[in-house]
Design a protein around this ligand. Structure first.
Ligand code: IFM
Length: 442
């Protein structure tokens, strides 16, 4: 495997999953604070109130990155730290934290890559309708401006949103993520406002940031395969692709919503205003993709909600703690998305695996399966480059174990083991492997 010499080898995290310090320096309440406090929403009854205490330990954590040898770090900004009410008064103390973090990264020769929205909406905006309300899109542009005014001179890579499908559907149709609704039409309206907010934020970032800044977005990508040879399953897989991938990527690429899905969503379609598709299609410098697993899809004619499909487990595939593994799906997704959408560049903005890691008697964390997972996916990324995909970087999820949303602390995705009782960080074997891998690439 040989990657280009300027390739970015990074790690990724997000604010609510690692920062803690939820009541410090003027941070407002987020929808995840509110959601996690409701009994039964989080598997182990936990929350991100302390998480990895990264807010206080960011220097140590940048030290981990230096030791890893990564040259890029993707992290997100907590909107309620910057605008505690979601819009209006900017909380400088909240921005100070990211200012210091960015300087620490730059001092360490690590490229900061910022995600504006990784799911921690200010609760005050939710109280006014959240992503279901169009004003939230406007507020997002304000948030983008406040962050870019402060950090825009030093951040070369920007992602407006992380995993818009999760924001919309897990948050509004499945009651799995904050704000916890079960309303499919609301989910589609939320998805639309998220896309509009992206389109409003892009020109703001272009205006406020250095001219060389690169702006894109980081959707999670599904790799759907029909469960059988039946035509109905092939059509179901196509609908699932529309539900997960094309509904978001088509409008970003200037194609509007896919017609087949608009028909599939009959009775649930969102309200769209004149000019929205033009806003959403603001030209981008790159597409990020978060790839984890394949989905075997069957038709579900008795299903009550679009896209009328069922996911069928594939017993032939190995699994991580929570997902099936199929590394070639990464190659297939990269080449297909490049072919169908042709964004100027691409990044793998997340890829990684959870395993039930534990500290062994010798004090190490021996996660050979994670090493095999990463190696297999790196190989597919290299294949994609050989096939002509303009892939510029790879961010492993995650730098360290953290708050895994509705799964609480029961899933460990980190290259670094975190003892949540003591906040001790221990490199897993995969972290050492990644360090050596990066070294051989330089
Ligand atoms: O932890 C999450 C992350 O926040 C978004 N992408 C998937 C990861 C692992 O489930």
């Amino acid at each position: 495997m040989k990657f280009p010499s300027d390739f970015l080898w990074g790690v990724a995290t997000s604010s609510y999953q690692i920062e803690g310090a939820v009541a410090e320096d003027g941070r407002g309440e987020s929808i995840w604070d509110r959601f996690a406090a409701q009994p039964g929403k989080i598997k182990d009854g936990s929350s991100g109130a302390v998480a990895c205490d990264h807010y206080h330990r960011y220097r140590e954590d940048v030290g981990l990155m230096r030791e890893l040898g990564v040259n890029a770090y993707r992290f997100s900004i907590a909107w309620p730290r910057v605008l505690p009410k979601g819009f209006g008064r900017v909380n400088d103390a909240g921005l100070d934290f990211y200012d210091k973090l960015v300087d620490e990264l730059l001092k360490s020769k690590i490229t900061p890559a910022v995600t504006l929205y990784h799911w921690d909406l200010p609760q005050a905006l939710q109280d006014r309708g959240g992503w279901g309300h169009r004003d939230t899109a406007q507020a997002f542009a304000e948030f983008a401006q406040a962050v870019a005014r402060r950090l825009g001179d030093r951040i070369p890579i920007w992602f407006t949103h992380n995993e818009m499908w999760c924001t919309a559907f897990l948050g509004h149709a499945n009651d799995m993520y904050a704000p916890g609704y079960s309303n499919f039409a609301l989910a589609l309206q939320a998805a639309h406002h998220v896309l509009v907010s992206h389109g409003l934020a892009v020109p703001v970032l272009r205006e406020e940031c250095a001219k060389t800044a690169n702006i894109g977005i980081a959707p999670n990508i599904a790799y759907p395969l029909p469960a059988t040879d039946a035509l109905s399953d092939a059509e179901a897989a196509r609908r699932f692709d529309g539900f997960f991938n094309r509904w978001f990527l088509d409008p970003l690429a200037g194609k509007g919503y896919p017609q087949d899905m608009w028909e599939c969503y009959k009775g649930y379609t969102p309200h769209i205003e004149d000019g929205d598709f033009q806003i959403i299609a603001a030209p981008l410098d790159f597409l990020g993709i978060n790839y984890y697993n394949p989905d075997r899809i069957a038709d579900d004619p008795a299903g009550v909600l679009p896209p009328y499909t069922r996911q069928i487990p594939d017993p032939t595939l190995k699994r991580t703690a929570d997902r099936e593994i199929y590394a070639p799906g990464l190659y297939e997704s990269l080449t297909r998305l490049h072919r169908d959408y042709g964004f100027p560049a691409m990044y793998i903005t997340e890829n990684g695996a959870a395993y039930p890691d534990a500290v062994a008697e010798d004090g190490g964390v021996h996660d050979a399966e994670r090493i095999a997972f990463l190696q297999a996916h790196f190989e597919q990324a290299a294949r994609a480059i050989d096939a002509g995909v303009p892939l510029k970087g790879y961010f492993v999820w995650s730098l360290m174990d953290n708050f895994e949303w509705s799964q609480g602390y029961t899933l460990r995705y980190g290259l670094t083991y975190v003892d949540f009782a003591t906040q001790q960080r221990i490199f897993k074997d995969s972290a050492r492997w990644y360090r050596e891998f990066i070294e051989t690439q330089r």
